[in-house]
Design a protein around this ligand. Sequence first.
Ligand SMILES: *Cc1c(COP(=O)(O)O)cnc(C)c1O
Length: 468
Amino acid sequence: MRYISTRGEAPALSFEDVLLAGLARDGGLYVPESWPAIGADDLRAMRGLTYPEIAVRVMTPFLGGAIPEADFRRIVADAYSGFEHPAIAPLVQLDERFWLMELFHGPTIAFKDYALQLVGRLFDHFLAKRGSRVTIVGATSGDTGSAAIEACRDREAMDIFILHPKGRVSDVQRRQMTTVPAANVHNIAIDGSFDDCQDLVKAMFNDPAFRDEMALSAVNSINWARIMTQIVYYVAGAVALGAPDRRIAFAVPTGNFGNIYAAYGARAMGLPVEKLIVGSNTNDILDRFFKTGEMAMTPVVPTISPSMDIQISSNFERLLFDLHDRDGKALAGQMRSFREARSFKVSAAQMERARALFDSHRLDDDGIRRTIAETHRETGQLIDPHTAVGLAAARACPADPDVAVVSLACAHPAKFPDAVEAASGIRPALPPKLADLFEREERLTALPNDLGTIQKHVRDAVARREAA
Ligand SMILES: *Cc1c(COP(=O)(O)O)cnc(C)c1O
């Protein structure tokens, strides 16, 4: 199995190299050269298997032999051993047509754990094999930081530095990052905005001497391995509902288009999926695209579903690559003009292909609050604001009555207690494993928005760890 860049210039890489590289050298994103096939009989043979067993079957072809089978089984079993529900990604029936797939049973109670718990271990595996170490740096506006920290904590070959904007993430989100008692975890509160944090991370990567000295790396949402691990829960959920002998659609609240692209990948492998329903919040660049065929940037508006407050959906490039029949040059030209003109349009034929599979819906904050209240009243389920965006989209987009529509519950309601309480009158309690979160000791360093200061801090902290 080889991976090729969406921009057509970077060399094709193996799984190991794609995992450790993240972004391609030509600025593109890596995708598999061809999709491994899952047939109807393969799906039927997965009935009754555990989530880790299904995960091994789905992901093994993507590895191209990079990890011995017994090792991979052990790594996958270990990655999901800390999850709180035996089904890992359980389904909850809402009524005769609609289902929720709960993706909040991992350590940080949001869906990014499903990918990052495995990706952290895969990094560790290959770094140990190479006898090398890396310094992971990242910026977070909330969820990604804690999921990345939980994935990398206590791993010998890694240090992880997460920058967050001081005073601008929720108390739950900050404490999930700063109370992790691991020597290789370093939280930095920046005097500035999320964009400042992101600029600092970019500047560290753009300093070649520093990048090489520290062996900088990232586990961000464009990493191919994250997509691969997310394909698993679409397959597992569909099989549990009776696929391939039952018609299924998925509704996904999206920001970066990562999670829903994994659903596209599952379908490309052969999972029968009738429809993929995109849920946008007020930052509706994707909903506007699927309605008009034009991708046009607008400024980001803060909402009560903050993990989807983004301007550009990076992973959309992977879908666009296929809409261009995998012509990297054509795509690179379109991405260049997107950066300059801040918009682009696809052809009517491309739009028709996209619309054959995708549908979309937009929900503003009032709609989110209404959906949380209605869902609680009608089904007894308390859902988080991101889940509400997906569920409202599922209900708004037409589907045949015999299609089971599975909506992804991407975070536990207690991760966004204020918004959920304002909508439903009920303050959701943190699950038992996090119940003492507000009594735990916090560790973080507050630093000014200054590249030199941050670089010195990173260098010193890594040197101290190596001396220890
Ligand atoms: C990250 C996140 C999203 C958006 O996922 P994408 O893969 O970026 O589309 C939605 N909901 C929650 C709770 C998240 O943490």
